[in-house]
Design a protein around this ligand. Structure first.
Ligand code: ADP
Ligand code: MG
Length: 384
């Protein structure tokens, strides 16, 4: 960041602001399980969005994006969606929710900026929503719990950004803990912190820098295919409401009743849920090698059974498989592009990146980018 949000705030408003940091997140394992009411294993990361806030005596609130060098004048009484700037919608959605709850805000000034790549699957949008609502809650003593804020942030994403995401992103940004991931049960929202003691290993994201247009249509198709699977399985096992309720034995018992494609989709989700549970045991034991194997297995399932990978992602995972210093790698996010997550020995990052970049460029004619991510804490007040 060129200038910190604090110095910019002081330069603009000549007063001491409240500083909030809101992290992005990664998901270690548990892909496409959230909408099947299953398990995920996210961690907040050190990169995020920073906010500076203070109350103002003006008749409106002013929000300044350092990244885009752009002001937005916000009318607390009319937080309607806007075409431009798109980033204001995350905040307008939050203000709408606070108004709907009858919570009284006063006008304020806000400066914000972030070091998260946007649209790379690290959930900069959840960081925007969670940091903003957390800051208002602190400033105006609104008395909201973390769970209230998580749900209101998700509402803003659904209704003002138009992205029907699960709860994982906002949950991770709000609840993250230093050096920990957590296992989240998307059905009950019960969660358990897990130590992410990586020793000499580190988390490396390799970005394919492609986004195939299939991404959103295939996402909806997968949701439908999972539902079709549930309909078939529940004829034999009426207690089954979602794929979360399906055991491997039940699935085998129903294999003949369903088309092979539906079987494959269900099999991936059932196996992936089990992988999250087993991977949580690996972390508790500090067994990174075993954890890494599950990452590779998850990728294999995403690619062959769930069919949401692409040539670029498969290639980067293949390169990782060939490296003795990478314990595990898989595509992350919805699929058809985006990043792979690699659990790599810290001494090998430089050499792996150099050879992977060259190989990727030769094969696809595209530059790969990369980020090292560290597990970090959830939304918090920054005290310096
Ligand atoms: P992701 O959540 O995967 O990063 P999204 O498309 O959901 O991707 O959200 C990205 C959007 O969030 C950007 O297009 C922008 O509107 C907003 N955003 C994120 N970070 C910033 C920032 N530092 N400054 C301004 N807008 C931001
Ligand atoms: Mg997002």
């Amino acid at each position: 960041m060129k200038l910190s949000v604090k110095s910019k705030f002081i330069e603009l408003y000549n007063s001491e602001p409240l500083i909030i940091h809101a992290p992005g997140r990664i998901n270690l394992i548990g892909e496409h399980t959230d909408y099947n009411n299953g398990y995920v294993m996210p961690a907040a990361i050190h990169m995020g969005v920073q906010f500076a806030f203070a109350t103002s005596h003006h008749t409106h609130s002013l929000i300044y994006s350092l990244k885009y060098d752009q002001f937005y004048t916000l009318d607390l009484n009319a937080p309607d969606k806007v075409e431009n700037p798109a980033w204001a919608n995350y905040f307008l959605g939050i203000v709408h929710q606070l108004n709907a709850k009858g919570l009284r805000l006063e006008n304020f000034n806000c400066v914000f900026d972030g070091d998260l790549p946007t649209g790379a699957g690290l959930s900069s949008s959840a960081a925007m929503e969670c940091g903003f609502i957390f800051g208002l809650n602190e400033m105006f003593q609104l008395g909201l719990t973390q769970f209230d804020m998580i749900h209101m942030a998700q509402w803003a994403e659904h209704n003002y950004a138009g992205v029907k995401c699960g709860i994982m992103d906002q949950f991770s940004s709000m609840m993250g803990k230093d050096n920990h991931a957590f296992m989240l049960d998307c059905r009950s929202l019960e969660y358990e912190y897990l130590p992410l003691d990586l020793g000499n290993y580190t988390l490396l994201l390799c970005d394919t820098n492609v986004k195939h247009s299939l991404a959103s249509s295939e996402y909806n198709t997968r949701r439908n295919e999972c539902q079709q699977g549930v309909t078939i399985i529940s004829k034999k096992f009426p207690e089954v409401k979602t794929l979360r309720d399906v055991t491997p034995v039940m699935l085998t018992a129903c294999q003949q009743d369903m088309p092979p494609v539906i079987y494959n989709r269900c099999r991936f989700v059932v196996e992936e849920n089990n992988r999250v549970v087993e991977a949580s045991r690996d972390l508790k034991k500090g067994d990174l090698a075993s954890f890494g194997k599950k990452m590779f297995a998850a990728h294999d399932g995403l690619s062959k059974l769930y069919e949401v990978s692409c040539a670029e992602l498969d290639y980067l995972v293949q390169l990782a498989t060939a490296s003795a210093d990478i314990l595990g790698a898989r595509m992350i996010g919805g699929g058809f592009g985006g990043c792979t997550l690699n659990l790599i020995h810290q001494n090998s990052v430089g050499t792996f990146l150099e050879s992977a970049r060259a190989a990727y460029r030769t094969k696809f004619g595209i530059e790969m980018s990369s980020y090292i991510v560290k597990p970090g804490k959830g939304v918090s007040v920054v005290i310096d």
